[in-house]
Design a protein around this ligand. Structure first.
Ligand code: ATP
Ligand code: MG
Length: 402
């Protein structure tokens, strides 16, 4: 049995809602660990997971709302047992200098934190012939004294932080096969949103390989929230209408406005509060402020674009961290790239676009049919690739990759 201590950050500051947030996080952890969890319970300011294997820590590193995680040993609430446990934890390491960092939420414990540091410090020092060094020691022994037990550990690993999925409600993410939109979906999960993914499928190109690619991306993203719903929306009819009625310069805009209408309908059906896109100002022609205004205007819902102010390279870094990059760069005929004009308009306006849209007779019916005929799937988290673990992406590894 392995004991993992989970700390959360932001949800600790949510006042009255705190318990609700904690319960959400516990629920999410239970779902994500499933068969590997023996017992999961709350302790003041933390969650304790008793699991069957150490690799569960990798799974937990992907759960939004978790600030840090540690594999710990439990000690009884007396200094002798704490010393013994610290010894057993320290034995797994080679070190010449160390420090003890005790904290206690249990103010009734016989000793205060300073005294625990002193007693455990001198005991470990004698046993290992090691020196106490407060600045950058080779080993830090953490001791957390709670109400019922103490936890002792040496390595505290960083989680992705943020809020537990579900805390902020549901959103619908417009997912292309590209690099950006999966990152946008992840960013919203990190802010406590349950994300449903919607992809518009071009009928005329190799559909099944695109579907495969989209499923892979969604599966990778599902690891952050346990599982997710995916809509594959047939877009062929709408594309035909647009090609027939809209001049090529404005097609991309018209095309994305239809997406917005479809996304709004799905959001309605799913009780989602917002639509999420992977737009970033000025990255491609459809993403000038003028064009974004016209595109977002077709939505009846709030539109959120969490990447709006990020540079491409910054987005790529995140996509590598979350493990979607290698799937996103697989070549696939996106319906957008298929329709793109040589010189798309960079400054459209509402009057112009609404004018050409009048040529399309049955906008509402086209949208209804696309939603009705979409394929709906439940995608469970699967075996994710190694990059899907932010925990092991150290700053050093990041720098090396740059
Ligand atoms: P991405 O890397 O996310 O594809 P991009 O920089 O290539 O973004 P566009 O292709 O213009 O830019 O797409 C802008 C946004 O429109 C995407 O981030 C996504 O939210 C949405 N989008 C584009 N194509 C599709 C699609 N086929 N299905 C669903 N949403 C799409
Ligand atoms: Mg794209």
């Amino acid at each position: 049995m392995v004991c993992i201590v989970v700390h959360y950050s932001e949800i600790g500051t949510k006042g009255k809602n705190r318990e609700q947030f904690e319960n959400l996080l516990v629920r999410n952890i239970r779902y994500i660990l499933r068969g590997d969890a023996k017992r999961i319970y709350k302790r003041y300011g933390k969650i304790v997971c008793e699991v069957t294997k150490e690799t569960c820590i990798k799974t937990l590193a992907r759960v939004p709302g978790i600030a840090n995680i540690a594999i710990a040993e439990k000690a009884k609430l007396n200094i002798e047992d704490i010393k013994k446990t610290a010894l057993s934890v320290a034995k797994r390491h080679k070190f010449k200098d160390f420090k003890v960092e005790a904290s206690r939420s249990n103010k009734g414990f016989e000793l205060d934190s300073m005294e625990i540091n002193r007693r455990v410090g001198s005991y470990i020092g004698e046993q290992f012939n090691a020196k106490v060094k407060l600045k950058q020691p080779e080993l830090t022994i953490y001791i957390e004294v709670g109400e019922r037990e103490a936890f002792v550990y040496t390595e505290k690993l960083k989680g992705i932080g943020g809020l537990p999925v579900g805390a902020s409600g549901r959103v619908v993410c417009s997912l292309s096969g590209g690099i950006d939109s999966p990152v946008a979906g992840f960013m919203m999960m990190k802010r406590g949103c349950e994300v449903i993914f919607v992809h518009m499928l071009n009928e005329t190109l190799s559909k099944s390989s695109v579907e495969q690619k989209i499923r892979q991306i969604v599966k990778q993203l599902a690891a952050f929230q346990g599982r997710t719903k995916l809509y594959l929306v047939p877009f062929g009819e709408i594309q035909k209408e647009i090609i027939m009625n809209v001049p090529s310069k404005l097609r991309m805009i018209a095309y994305r406005r239809f997406m917005m209408r479809i996304l709004s309908r799905i959001a309605e059906e799913e009780g989602a509060k917002a639509i999420v896109t992977g737009d970033s100002v000025g990255q491609v022609a459809s993403q000038t402020l003028e064009n974004l205004e016209v595109i977002f205007n077709a939505s009846t819902k709030l539109v959120l674009s969490p990447l709006i102010g990020l540079n491409k390279q910054e987005i790529i870094e995140i996509s590598k961290d979350i493990g979607t990059y290698e799937f996103s760069i697989q070549p696939s005929p996106d319906c957008c790239s298929y329709m793109i004009a040589q010189h798309p308009a960079t400054k459209s306006n509402m009057a112009l676009v609404e004018g050409v849209e009048r040529n399309i007779k049955a906008i509402k019916e086209l949208v209804e049919a696309a939603v009705k005929n979409s394929k709906r799937e439940l995608v469970e988290m699967g075996e994710v690739n190694n990059h899907g673990c932010l925990l092991y992406t150290s700053d050093a590894a990041r720098r090396r990759r740059r």
